[in-house]
Design a protein around this ligand. Structure first.
Ligand SMILES: Cc1cc2nc3c(=O)[nH]c(=O)nc-3n(C[C@H](O)[C@H](O)[C@H](O)COP(=O)(O)OP(=O)(O)OC[C@H]3O[C@@H](n4cnc5c(N)ncnc54)[C@H](O)[C@@H]3O)c2cc1C
Length: 500
């Protein structure tokens, strides 16, 4: 039976029964897994240590990758997965996910030249054929093309024309608000009966008779200790997965992590299409987003970060990739920063997510974890993880329908700012001003939010949640402190993951 899709924090529901599955982590992977499992009829709980989506998922370039990047390594199954997931997200969240054209200027005739790219685009189109069947015309992915040098100059007038031989033109998709899409998954999960709670951090995975049977947790709002009982646990902690596994007593080789970085620029340097440019041995992309653009992604080994966390290096590389743009530090309104699995640099990024069955790999029944590679692949990884959970539970379950079932509330909230703030508090578990401003109302996702907007949201939340003047002041101070001096944002999630 479907219950309300309102996302309510009810710790009694969390602790008052044994669940089939406890999902640890409320980033996009955990949210997608909670929806998948509850849609198949499992009794699901999800706990998130900070606010939903406040970890890595807050920091993406917002590109829904169709998988072209897998072609140079001839990784055809990842390419197919990318194009399938692009189509799935266009289908289930059409108000948030839309096609976005890409243009990559090509130079010379070698591996990165026009002829090689023509073959790559043709292969990618053939391998993706049919994936978007049934999508409305506005959301269909058109065929890729190779453009002449003249066409490229007309579409990107500032670029270096010397040795330009043409351009690759293809279409991927963009998620307008990665936070609202994540909320869409959570609303769907709540509607299918999942018990969800933010600011509940697991401190230890419980074992009984050699299997994981739930978790001890701490309510970071009220401070009390909780026990969540479940027949299986899925760790969806992104870069925190090793720590969560360690809390079950598993000694794993540490997952190598890269620190990843994007720069949100105040200037909208590209308009209708994203533009690629050759950085240091790889491509950087400049993606239009709202009245701005985002440049990325820079990577450095997480264990040996540079003094400024790579900002100057990425700026310098961006200026080599897009010399016409003259990007300066002052142009940066926000820095995206997060950890992703991989080693070395961009070339060492984990290509594809992976579900780990700890019963098969370490002899610990009751626990599996999902290693995330891309926001794009969260739904597919969730499907694979829940296939495993259902098998391990020995349950018959409804088939997975998350690729075709529209997410009921995957859209921006409607109404005046005050109305939206009240909905965020009442129906979306915005417990703090940071939650509403940064992750429900999209006010602070391109840089610091306007003071008047923040005041209006604080007052509306105060009415809804009974805050007094001192509490409002504390909430505003916490929001201010969430914006770090380097331009990145981090509020009160778990301690940063271990990177050494
Ligand atoms: C700069 C950057 C750019 C990117 N660009 C793109 C892009 O354009 N397209 C794309 O597809 N992907 C992109 N990615 C990758 C994508 O963002 C990640 O793959 C994805 O967000 C990972 O989601 P997740 O749910 O696994 O992790 P997270 O979002 O980190 O979620 C894990 C959650 O677990 C919680 N947690 C940890 N420990 C506990 C505990 N003990 N108890 C409870 N909760 C806990 C954390 O608080 C966190 O919220 C980018 C990443 C970065 C950093």
């Amino acid at each position: 039976m479907l219950s309300s899709p309102e996302v309510q924090r009810d710790l009694g529901r969390l602790t008052g029964r044994e669940h089939d599955l406890l999902v640890v982590g409320g980033g996009i992977y955990g949210a997608a897994a909670a929806w998948d499992a509850s849609q198949r009829g499992l009794a699901v709980a999800l706990v998130e240590a900070g606010d939903f989506g406040s970890g890595t998922s807050w920091n993406s370039l917002k590109t829904i990758h169709g998988g072209l990047r897998h072609l140079p390594r001839a990784d055809l199954s990842s390419l197919r997965e990318g194009s399938r997931e692009r189509a799935a997200l266009l289908r289930i969240a059409p108000e948030l996910v839309r096609p976005l054209p890409f243009l990559l200027p090509l130079y010379g005739h070698g591996l990165h030249g026009r002829e090689a790219m023509a073959a790559a685009l043709l292969a990618a189109d053939l391998l993706s054929a049919g994936g978007g069947d049934g999508l409305p015309p506005s959301h269909r992915i058109p065929r890729s093309r190779v453009l002449s040098a003249q066409e490229v100059r007309a579409r990107a007038p500032g670029i270096d024309a010397a040795r330009l031989t043409g351009g690759a033109s293809w279409t991927d998709a963009q998620v307008e608000s990665s936070e609202r899409l994540l909320m869409g998954f959570l609303h769907a999960a709540a509607g299918a009966g999942a018990a969800l709670a933010s600011r509940v951090e697991t401190t230890e995975l419980r074992r009984r008779h050699g299997r994981v049977v739930g978790a001890l947790a701490r309510d970071r709002e009220g401070g009390e200790a909780l026990e969540v009982r479940s027949r299986m646990v899925l760790s969806a902690g992104g870069p925190w997965n090793d720590r969560i596994a360690a809390s079950a007593g598993i000694a794993m080789r540490p997952t190598p992590l890269l620190s990843a970085l994007n720069l949100v620029l105040r200037r909208r340097l590209v308009d209708v299409e994203a533009l690629g440019g050759r950085g240091d041995g790889r491509y950087l992309f400049m993606v239009p987003w709202r009245d701005r653009c985002i440049v990325g992604t820079g990577y450095e080994p997480a264990g040996s970060p540079s003094a400024d966390g790579g900002i100057e290096a990425l700026l310098a590389e961006a200026n080599r990739a897009f010399p016409w743009a003259g990007i300066e530090r002052n142009d940066v309104s926000l820095v995206h920063r997060g950890f992703v699995p991989g080693h070395g640099g961009a070339a060492g990024l984990l290509a594809r997510g992976r579900v780990v069955d700890h019963e098969a790999e370490g002899g610990l029944p009751g626990l599996c974890s999902v290693r995330s590679a891309k926001y794009t692949a969260a739904r597919a990884s969730a499907e694979a993880a829940i296939d495993l959970v259902v098998r391990r539970l020995g349950r018959r379950s409804a088939p997975c329908r998350t690729a075709t079932t529209p997410l009921p509330r995957a859209r921006t909230l409607a109404g005046t700012l005050e109305e939206r703030a009240r909905i965020a508090a009442r129906e979306e578990m915005a417990l703090h001003l940071t939650d509403a401003v940064l992750r429900r109302l999209d006010l602070g996702t391109a840089g610091a939010a306007a003071r008047d907007d923040v005041n209006a949201v604080a007052l509306a939340m105060a009415t809804e949640l009974g805050w007094d003047a001192a509490r409002i002041e504390r909430e505003q101070a916490a929001l201010g402190a969430a914006y770090r001096p380097d331009g990145s944002v981090r509020d009160d999630g778990p301690l940063p993951p271990a990177t050494k």
